[in-house]
Ligand binder design. Structure first.
Ligand code: F0G
Length: 460
């Protein structure tokens, strides 16, 4: 007899109390921070779904590895374990450790991307976009049309739009495109996976034109599992093999090990081009550290090396994807509009559908996120016009294509009853959506404005 319940493939070995701020305390925190949830103290949050980045629980094997790590400045054993694990999983020849994903991006782009060039991606994550733009280049999103429709049930909504990509490459010419990127899973587009078929097609387009192709591989294992579940012919293939094929179709990757590295800190750049790797290492030494630690402690390298193996455990991935789907199914069954189908690491509420009376210039996603916190102490993250919109010269707002609220689920961290509580709060807030009002952004910095901007309520 096999039973249908998918259980957590671990038992809890160490626990941490969660805070329980009162509603008055939450109101005061919102007031103090201008309704920007990034400003909250973690002690003011009951369930923290702000991000799945670096917030997961590590295994006892990881903690043990950390204790026995080698902190030598050069040539440490922990570095070699890290390097060999990354090579074995990705197949890339050169591994450059970095303190997190954005450092890998900055190093790669500062070496390979010039002002006036264009970098296509399915959807650039905020730091990726900013790191392209800071070079004076243009970050262009070329995701398939279905990705823009939250209700569409396409199994691979992270796919790059190949005809549009080809048209862009034809229009701009090879010299204007230093690389093509693809984010797996497509975080800013709802955590949606990219199919192997699509990666093969993009790879062929890039190789035919001699343009390097890089994966933003933060959630490569979740993407590989979703390929196994959803792509015809892949069900019986080991997830490690699917991941290996994904990497083999590209020439390198940037990686935040804070996601599918199952670590609290770490990242890397891995690539086949030896000349490019050498230049990247030079920048690394300048800004991150010697090439055998790259801004990480030996114990971080150990934790990532072990985490990269653990993340490919099929039992873990089955549970991980099932638990995200569980929250998605519960809120969708209650009629809450979400990005469909459920992605790998998060459930994305569709604030445009939930608050049709609030225009993008009044940040419907932020309004929902603020209310989830006020009502239930849940911290989520707006992925909409506050994050990806822009203020034009004339002071008007250029909106983002989608208004989403991301409930990112830290790995191996929250129990099913905690997730049931989240569903209850979401369903309650959605039932009162008609009462929610928009916000005005009253202060904003030049780059990555969502981290530090302030909002004020609109009194209409
Ligand atoms: N690329 C993607 C797709 C990401 O999701 C992130 C981080 C990065 C790059 C940058 O990595 O944080 O290690 O520097 N995403 C986090 C999030 C912050 O909440 O989704 P980093």
């Amino acid at each position: 007899m096999t039973y249908g319940t998918i259980i957590e493939p671990f038992r809890i070995h160490s626990v941490q109390a969660i805070p329980n701020p009162t509603r008055e305390e939450r109101e005061a925190a919102l007031e103090r921070e201008g309704s920007n949830l990034f400003g909250l103290r973690s002690s003011e949050v009951i369930i923290d779904l702000l991000t799945d980045s670096g917030t997961g629980a590590m295994s006892s094997a990881q903690w043990a590895g950390m204790l026995d790590a080698d902190e030598s400045y050069a040539g440490s054993r922990s570095y070699r374990r890290f390097r060999d694990t990354v090579k074995a999983i990705t197949g890339y020849a050169h591994v450059v450790p970095t303190h997190q994903g954005r450092a890998a991006e900055r190093i790669l782009f500062s070496v390979a991307v010039k002002a006036g060039q264009v970098v296509p991606n399915n959807t650039h994550f905020d730091t990726t976009r900013a790191n392209v733009e800071v070079q004076g280049a243009e970050a262009v999103d070329v995701v398939i049309e279905a990705a823009r429709d939250p209700a569409a049930e396409h199994p691979f909504k992270g796919n790059l739009d190949v005809p549009r990509l080809e048209a862009l490459l034809d229009e701009r010419g090879r010299d204007a495109v230093p690389m093509v990127m693809c984010t797996v899973t497509n975080n800013s587009g709802g955590g949606q996976p990219v199919s192997l078929e699509n990666l093969r097609a993009v790879s062929a387009v890039c190789r035919a034109r001699g343009i390097p192709f890089f994966l933003d591989a933060c959630r490569f294992a979740e993407n590989a599992w979703l390929v196994k579940e959803r792509e015809p012919g892949e069900a019986d293939r080991p997830v490690r093999e699917i991941a290996k094929e994904m990497f083999s179709l590209a020439d390198g990757c940037t990686m935040s090990a804070k996601k599918d590295g199952l670590a609290n800190m770490g990242g890397f750049l891995a690539l086949n081009d030896g000349d490019l790797a050498r230049e990247c290492r030079n920048v690394l030494i300048l800004t991150e550290g010697f090439p055998t630690y790259g801004g990480l402690a030996g114990y971080d390298l150990e934790a990532v090396a072990i985490g990269l193996e653990e993340v490919l455990d099929p039992q873990y991935l089955r549970y991980r994807i099932a638990s995200t789907r569980y929250l998605a199914d519960r809120v969708a069954a209650a009629g809450v509009p979400i990005m469909k189908p459920a992605g790998g690491h998060a459930v994305y509420l569709d604030a445009k559908a939930l608050l049709p009376h609030v225009p993008p210039s009044e940040y419907p996603g932020q309004a929902v996120a603020v209310e989830l916190y006020r009502a239930g102490g849940i911290r989520s993250c707006e992925i909409g016009s506050a994050m990806f919109g822009r203020r034009r010269e004339d002071g008007t707002e250029e909106p983002a294509p989608l208004e989403l609220v991301r409930l990112a689920i830290p790995r191996r961290t929250y129990t099913k009853s905690q997730i049931d509580y989240v569903a209850e709060v979401v369903i309650d807030v959605a039932s009162r959506a008609g009462e929610l009002r928009g916000l005005e952004m009253v202060e904003q910095p030049r780059w990555l404005r969502h981290f530090t901007c302030r909002f004020a309520p609109r009194d209409r």
